[in-house]
Design a protein around this ligand. Sequence first.
Ligand SMILES: [Zn+2]
Length: 158
Amino acid sequence: MCEELVSAPLPFWADHLLLPRYWSRAGWWFDKDALVFAMKLLDIRLGLRLRYSGGRRGVAHTSGSHRIGRKIAGRDWHRITINQDLSLEEANHTLWHELAHCSQSERWSRETGDPIFLFYRLAYRDGVSYRMKSWETHAEMIANVHGPNYSLLVVKDD
Ligand SMILES: [Zn+2]
C-alpha cells in the first residue's frame, strides 16, 4: 500500500536539523546522533539550525547565541551560532548552553501561551535581571552537567 510509504516519518534529524556543511576552523563538526539525543533529552521539539560565528576580522566574539529564527516551512526554528574558533571543549559546553535556551524558550511558550519568538523580549525583559540570571544559571547548569559526559561534536582525524 502506498499509504504506508507516504506516512512513513522522516528520520528526526532530517526534519529538525540544519548543519553547516564544513568543518569548523578549529577542526570539529557536529555529531548528528548526539544532537538528536540531546534534543530529545531536553525536550526540544522545534527544528534547529546551526551556524558558525566568529571571524578573524571581528572584535569581541561571543561564544554562541540562540534566537528564534524565521519560519522555515511554516514552522519556528531555533537558530544557534557557535564560534568556530572555540576549542572542542568550549564549543561543546557552549552548544549545551544554547540548547538549554532552546528548551527553556519552548517550555516558556507552552506555559505562558505567548509566541516563542517573544521569549527574549518578554522573559528576558529589562529590569527583571533576576529572571534573566535564572535562565542563564539554568543553562550553565545544563552545560556543566551534560557537557563533560556527552560530546555533541566530532573531531577531524587527519
Ligand atoms: Zn545564555
